[in-house]
Design a protein around this ligand. Structure first.
Ligand code: FH5
Length: 288
């Protein structure tokens, strides 16, 4: 992987700012080009006032510290950061095909070969993260981007921490992806580890194949269905895919399928070789 020859000290004048790419919760992201090298990247602009107001400075510092030290083809790179009196700037890898959840909404649901390839890439990225004792804790389609070659890239490490951890995550946004052990409140031993990402990988597999999350419901019902593991898998999902989902959506974190076993699972193996051919068929049909 050729490291771009980027200097270590950055400032805004070094970049030509392009079109807005979208906005996260605390900032906007712009297409940008580093003037001297022509290197294209995504510049995330965070306003210090908003970070202070939202009490998320610590979280942003952690996001920077964690993501700067990661280098994996399925994890969005953070090349550097800098700030001016009012703003913090994150220099991020530009993902050429944008946000995965938009592709999922447009296609309703992914064919099994594509879902299997994505889950294989997620498992590889999570193995890399867990080896560094980092757990993402917020795996969902909205936090995944697609690179120019169709590969997926986990982004938004705002919720990632070093495992293990028993800090209460102030629940905001969707509960759909939260594992039971993060929902069970009140227990002082509310202690969870990177196996929370295995549960989310199961939810992601389900959502790729079905087009909606397994425990989707209004809030309180979702929580109840999660802690009871109540979900039904529609009949059009193949038996192999069903088997993998059931081995990840297990209430006891220690009984969830390990990532290396996910990568060896028959559903993954079956599609990740033939899946290549299907991916090439799809690519060539787009070119015609
Ligand atoms: C929470 C958050 O930051 N969400 C998004 C906004 C854009 N951003 C991107 C980031 Cl951080 C990196 N690369 C991106 N590429 C795109 C994009 C590409 N196309 C063709 N369309 C889009 C959109 N967006 C990004 C992350």
């Amino acid at each position: 992987y050729q490291q771009p020859s980027m200097p270590r000290k950055f400032h805004l004048g070094m970049f030509e700012i392009g079109k807005p790419l979208g906005k996260g919760k605390f900032g906007r992201v712009y297409l940008a080009k580093e003037r001297s090298s022509g290197f294209v990247c995504a510049l995330k602009v965070l306003h210090k006032s908003e970070l202070q107001h939202g009490k998320v400075e610590k979280q942003v510092r952690r996001e920077i510290e964690i993501q700067s030290n990661l280098a994996h083809p399925n994890i969005l790179r953070l090349y550097g950061h800098f700030h001016d009196p009012k703003r913090v700037f994150l220099i991020l890898e530009y993902a050429g095909k944008g946000e995965l959840y938009k592709h999922l909404r447009r296609e309703q649901r992914f064919p099994e070969w594509k879902a299997a390839q994505y889950i294989a890439q997620m498992a590889a990225a999570l193995r890399y993260l867990h080896k560094k004792h980092v757990m993402h804790r917020d795996i969902k389609p909205e936090n995944i981007l697609v690179g120019i070659h169709g590969e997926i890239k986990i982004s938004d490490f705002g919720w990632s921490v070093h495992a293990p951890n028993n800090r209460r995550k102030t629940l905001c946004g969707t509960l759909d992806y939260l594992p039971p052990e993060m929902i069970r409140s009140g227990h002082s031993d509310n202690y969870y580890n990177e196996k929370v990402d295995l549960w989310s990988l199961g939810v992601l597999t389900y959502e790729f194949l079905v087009g909606e999350a397994p425990f989707e419901d209004e809030a309180i019902m979702t929580q109840r269905r999660i802690v009871r593991g109540e979900m039904t898998i529609p009949p059009f999902v193949s038996p192999e895919a069903r088997d993998l989902i059931k081995k990840l959506l297990v209430l006891n974190p220690d009984d969830r399928l390990a990532l290396e076993d996910v990568q060896q699972h028959p559903w993954i193996v079956k599609h990740c070789v033939k899946g290549e051919r299907a991916a090439m068929r799809e690519a060539s049909s787009k070119k015609r």
